[in-house]
Design a protein. Structure first.
Length: 46
């Protein structure tokens, strides 16, 4: 491969890795919204 392709792949890999780490750090605070949803009605037994 040419040096340009190698450098581009390294840059993309670095950026992607940083994005994944950032998302994992932010995950608990942004994804707790699902806990605020009302419960679905269950089957009532008589």
């Amino acid at each position: 491969m040419s040096d340009l392709k190698v450098n581009v792949l390294k840059a993309v890999n670095k950026v992607t890795k940083n994005m994944v780490v950032k998302k994992n750090d932010e995950w608990p605070s942004k994804c707790t919204v699902i806990l605020h949803q009302p419960k679905r009605p269950g089957k009532k037994t008589l």
